[in-house]
Structures are given as C-alpha cells and as structure tokens.
Design a protein around this ligand. Sequence first.
Ligand code: ADP
Length: 356
Amino acid sequence: YRDAQAAEARYRGLFEGTRDGIMLFEHGGMIVAANPALRAMSGFDLPRLLGMHALDLTADDIETAEAQFAALQATGEWRGESDLRCADGSTLPVEAWVAALDLPTGRTFVASMRDVSERRAFEQTQEIFLSTVAHDLKNPLAAVRGQAQLLQRRLDKGTAMTPEKLRSSIDGIDGGAQRMGLMIDDLVDVFRMRGNQPLALHRQPVDLVDLVRRLVDEADRVNERHHVRAVSAEPTLVGSWDEPRLERVIANLLGNAIKYSPDGGDITISLRREAQHDGSWAVVVVEDHGVGIPPADLPFVFERFRRAGNARGFGGSGIGLAGARLIVEAHGGTVGAESIEGGGSTFTVRLPLANT
Ligand code: ADP
C-alpha cells in the first residue's frame, strides 16, 4: 500500500509540476482531470474545466476540430498545432500531443499542450525582418541597375557623355553597391552574435578624425538637402581599431541622421578626446535635427529589429544600430542615444584610445 502511495505521489508530482498543460478526457470528450499548468494557460479553474468537453478548449475551426476528434477516437493519437481558447476570450497557440490511455475504467485520452506563443512571435518577427531586408536590399540594387542601364543605353546610341555625367553614374553605382555591402556586413555580424560567436576584430592603427572626415565629405557631397560637417577638437585621434567595422558604425549613424531628417538640415559629427581615470577615450557625437525618437522607443533602438513608432514611413530593417552596438562594445566602448521627439537625435560613441 505504501509503495502504491509513493508511486501515486510521484506521478502526481509530475502531473502538477510540469510546465506543459496536461488534461485527461474520456472517450466521449468529457474532461476528467487538468493540471495546474493547463489551468494557468487557459485561465479556467478546475471546476469549470471538469464540466467541459475537450473541444470546448479549442479555438480552431469547429469542423476541422470535430474531424480531428473523430480521427483521434479511431486511431488513438493526434499531434499538431492548435489554438487554445482561454477564459478571457483570447487564444494561445499550442503544440499538442494526444494519446489514448487504456485504463481499467475504460479508454481515456491524455493531452499535453505546450505554449508556443514565443516561437510564433519570433517566427513572425523573422518573417517581417526578412521581407524588410529583401526590400531594403532591392532599393540600392534598383539604383545600381538603373545607372548601369542608363550607361548601356548611351553606349548603344553612341551618345557622347561628359566626364562629369560619367562620374556621377559611376558614383551612383558605387554608392548603391556600398550601401548593400554595409547591410550585408551588418546582417552577418548580427546573426553571428546570435550564435554567441564573438566578433573577431582586425585591429590596426586608425585615425578616427580622418575616417570621419572622409565619410562626412562624401555624405555632404551627395546629399543636397543636408549640410553635413565634421568638427574636431583634435587634429588626430589614433586608436587600435577594426577600421572597416568602425567605418560601418559611423556610416550607419550618419546614414540614419540623414534618413531621419527628411526636411534636410544640419548634421554635425563632433570628435574629442576625453581623459578619464580609466584612460583616454575618443568620443564621437552625431547630431541631427530630424524626426527624433519617441521616449517610449528610445531605450530599445539598439536592439535587433526594433524600430521606433515614427520610423514606419522610412525604409529600414532595425539592424543598423544593433550592429553598431556590437562593434563598439567589442572594442570595449559604449554607444548611447538621446533624443527629443520632433526635435532631433544625438548618438554618442565612446571608444578606448591607446594611450597616445
Ligand atoms: P533602421 O534600419 O530601421 O534605420 P537602425 O537599427 O539603424 O534601423 O535604427 C533603429 C531605429 O532607431 C530606427 O528604426 C529608428 O526608429 C531609430 N533611429 C535611429 N537613428 C535615428 C535618428 N537619427 N533619428 C530618429 N530615429 C532614429
């Protein structure tokens, strides 16, 4: 008798302690037991559940559910995804396994259900992400093809082209290819980090002032509505950094400052050296007067795929800042943002300098 009691306690512990929702129902469908996890998932208390039919718990189309139930009665098992109908009227996506259990009292079914809402949400985010990335890559690709076709048509017609026109077409092609390259590199870094692989930095002496000036001059040249300038308190700021990656960080911040200032305006990148007790730092501040970031979104803009509510009208996939933060932190630095919605944004990058 003691052994039987111990076994009963063990199985009860399993039934009550597991995080999956479990219920038993009779051959006809009447629920005869439900564990605490199922009660928590569905929001129905035990007395309510015990009066219900198993099909009352599904939010699936009733004809499909009835057909599945008939198949279960015939074959003794069913497995699939379903939507659990909850007490508050909401539904919860679950993965369910149902199997027949032949007890001395007759045939019973045991159903176990796992909440898959997180997985579904992740799949949805990935779907949105992939479609925006595809869309984003197509924009510069269209620019590249457009320019290439223009050159081709002129060549076919034998139209003479001034060196300026030729240069502007080539610049267009190069710019588009560069933007695509930046996005692809961001993607690779961001996904590599997800697999917990640290970024392998290729450090070499880099002058940040020179790097910023190059990007700023280029941005100022191609953006007519924006006035982009660099202001540096130092003639040089040399550190041991991964140059192509830092270039991406600055290009991302600068690109965002331009993109999120649709009416044009001043964009300033300022550079300075800061001496702290823990050594000296290179500080880069990118400031724009664009649409800004709503306070509720500001804490999340460095997270993957996160975009502010007011960014919908602008192209983007929400990976640029996540990539920028990865790179800066891999260098031992920090990146932060301040913003006034409707008034502009300021992004600050701090990088440890070799003690030069
Ligand atoms: P996206 O591809 O969406 O621009 P990012 O990762 O570069 O992705 O930026 C994440 C979000 O941060 C953007 O969607 C936008 O909401 C906000 N953001 C970034 N930079 C700025 C800026 N300079 N001004 C306003 N909002 C910005």
